[in-house]
Write a protein that binds this ligand. Structure first.
Ligand SMILES: NC(=O)C1=CN([C@@H]2O[C@H](COP(=O)(O)OP(=O)(O)OC[C@H]3O[C@@H](n4cnc5c(N)ncnc54)[C@H](O)[C@@H]3O)[C@@H](O)[C@H]2O)C=CC1
Ligand SMILES: CC(=O)C(=O)O
Ligand SMILES: [Mg+2]
Length: 533
């Protein structure tokens, strides 16, 4: 008799059922030495066994999200053409212009699809124009929709618009995946985007589109162009605005109670005035207007800085998106150094969305700590390598008084015998809930009120334990529950704005609707997965 295995003999190791394969996967993951190797490992696991992948992710969010998302996703994008294994998203190229509809139809689940994250790769995190290498950012954001809000994986569509790249090293890289040409001019890109959005609505009638990491001018342009026509929002402008507004509510409360000053007296300095900086600044207006200030009074509390210094209205050739906050009350010589701007503005809060690493130097941070009992400092640029301020420096230079949230994660820091916990001010807290609420309510549009209510819901989600630790954002491990509450707030705002199309929800109490939302959250099957045979 032959000793070889017959075709039907089980190839699962005999003791497999007695061990937890999730633990084995974690051990394999931890055996990898670099972030990129871990990313590649997780990517392979997702392909082999998506259920197991999401189980491992859900059980180990603090360890795994920084790999699938910022900071490691930045490395994955920069190197995507080299680490590419298999098709895992949809590329729509500039060469598809004229027949984009047919290209979208190659995606299997048109009618069933609910959420697409669409990037054109032109400003991935703070890393610049990565062209077709930008796809992992769409995939990473969708993994957060799945893990953070319970969106069903098969209803998600990661898309990269491959319009070329202006980054020469990619055009010269023999392994580059994308179309080898420079980006189109504005007229050609507008035509492409109009055809793309029309085709999206036709092929994916139930889809919410999240624009991600478009360069600043196009981010504002296409949000304005499409938001009243389609179910679309821009994560960098609206999602970031919402998450920072939320963290700012809690930070301002802490700072004002420490200083004994009215909460409405904050002055906020934005270092960086791109899509994220201006998006957040506009959203932060709500902080002041909800406290009773007029629009004009609120605007006066906000100062913006770009690479040329404090933005003033008299600067020639000022870009459109910078005009709203340009100061009209300063007519001295141009203020270009951050330290001089701080001396002039005397901000209570400094927010960084500039992509300039370590821009918040020791003298800047110490000056803020001298003029504020508890300075609010949010260095929000991603990934970590571009962050304006390291957390341990922030703690040391302020003797622990700083109220801190960064875009990418930092570990807790011990200083003079006390452990300090940083916040993570990243739109990942917000977009899963905005998406879930918009999808369930079948909202025709994502309105300003939906974005604002999402922020208020997130701000009020802190537990007493989190408040006692001076946190400004909840712990990430509670993201599913938090996303359900955000979705509830988003649905109620959609109803008030009359953009919802799910009449059923109007008759439900908040408790009943929350229960319904939670029941709709997808879970990976809790059966131990087997390796595919
Ligand atoms: N934490 C979060 O959730 C989010 C963080 N971001 C991060 O924000 C950063 C900026 O994104 P965008 O606004 O889209 O980019 P952008 O390139 O449009 O804007 C950068 C801004 O920084 C300014 N800047 C550049 N060099 C400067 C300097 N030396 N001094 C002062 N200002 C300077 C530029 O003039 C510009 O206004 C990126 O790193 C991105 O990853 C973006 C979205 C969400
Ligand atoms: C977090 C994010 O969306 C960004 O850095 O662009
Ligand atoms: Mg982004």
């Amino acid at each position: 008799m032959s000793l070889s295995l017959s075709a039907s003999a089980p190839r699962i190791p005999p003791f497999f059922l007695n061990t937890d394969h999730r633990q084995r996967c974690l051990a394999q993951l931890r055996s990898k030495h670099t972030g990129l190797e871990k990313y590649i490992y997780l990517n392979g696991l997702k392909e082999r066994d998506p259920n197991l992948f999401y189980e491992v992710l859900l059980g180990n969010m603090l360890e795994i999200i920084p790999i699938l998302y910022t900071p490691t996703v930045g490395d994955a994008c920069s190197n995507y053409s080299h680490i590419w294994r298999r098709p895992e998203g949809l590329y729509v190229t500039i060469e598809n212009k004229g027949h984009i509809n047919q290209v979208l139809r190659t995606w299997a689940s048109g009618q069933a699809s609910r959420i697409a994250v669409v990037t054109d790769g032109s400003r991935i995190l703070g890393l610049g124009d990565l062209g077709a290498n930008g796809l992992p950012i769409s995939i990473g954001k969708l993994d957060l929709y799945i893990a953070g809000a319970g969106i069903k994986p098969t209803t998600t569509v990661p898309i990269c618009l491959d319009l070329g790249t202006n980054t020469q090293r990619y055009l010269e890289d023999p392994l580059y995946l994308g179309v080898r040409r420079k980006r189109p001019d504005a007229a050609e890109m507008d035509e492409f985007m109009k055809e793309f959005m029309e085709a999206m609505k036709d092929v994916f009638p139930q889809l919410l589109v999240q624009f991600e990491d478009f360069s600043t001018d196009n981010a504002f342009k296409y949000l304005d162009m499409f938001r009243s026509q389609y179910r679309v929002f821009n994560d960098d402008i609206q999602g970031t605005g919402s998450v920072v507004l939320s963290g700012f509510f809690n930070a301002a409360r802490l700072a004002s109670s420490a200083a004994g000053t009215p909460i409405s007296e904050h002055r906020v300095l934005f270092f960086g005035a791109g899509s994220a900086g201006i998006g957040v600044a506009k959203q932060l207006m709500s902080f002041f207007t909800l406290l009773g200030l007029s629009e004009d009074e609120a605007k006066k509390r906000i100062y913006t800085v770009d690479s040329k210094g404090l933005i003033t209205a008299d600067r020639p050739g000022l870009q459109e998106h910078k005009k709203y906050f340009a100061r009209t009350d300063y007519d001295g010589s141009a203020l270009t150094k951050l330290i001089d701007i701080i001396e002039h503005v005397k901000p209570t809060a400094l927010l960084g969305l500039s992509t300039i690493p370590n821009a918040f130097t020791e003298d800047v941070v110490k000056l803020l700590a001298k003029t504020n009992v508890r300075p609010i400092i949010f260095p929000l640029s991603n990934p970590v390598s571009l962050c304006e301020l390291d957390y341990s420096d922030a703690i040391r230079w302020t003797n622990g008084s700083v109220i801190f949230a960064s875009g990418s994660p930092y570990k807790p820091v011990e200083f003079e015998g006390k452990i300090y916990e940083p916040g993570q001010g990243n739109n990942m807290y917000i977009f899963p809930g905005i998406g879930l609420g918009s999808i369930l309510s079948k909202a025709r549009h994502v309105t300003d009120a939906m974005v604002e209510q999402a922020a208020i819901s997130l701000a009020s989600s802190l537990t007493n334990e989190e408040k006692d630790c001076d946190l400004v954002y909840p712990r990430l491990t509670r993201i599913r529950d938090i996303s359900a509450h955000i979705a509830l707030a988003v649905i109620r705002a959609a109803q008030k704005d009359n953009v919802d199309e799910n009449a059923l929800f109007r008759g439900l109490s908040d408790d009943a609707l929350l229960e319904y939302i939670k029941a709709k959250q997808w879970q990976p099957t809790n059966i131990q997965s087997f390796p595919r045979l």
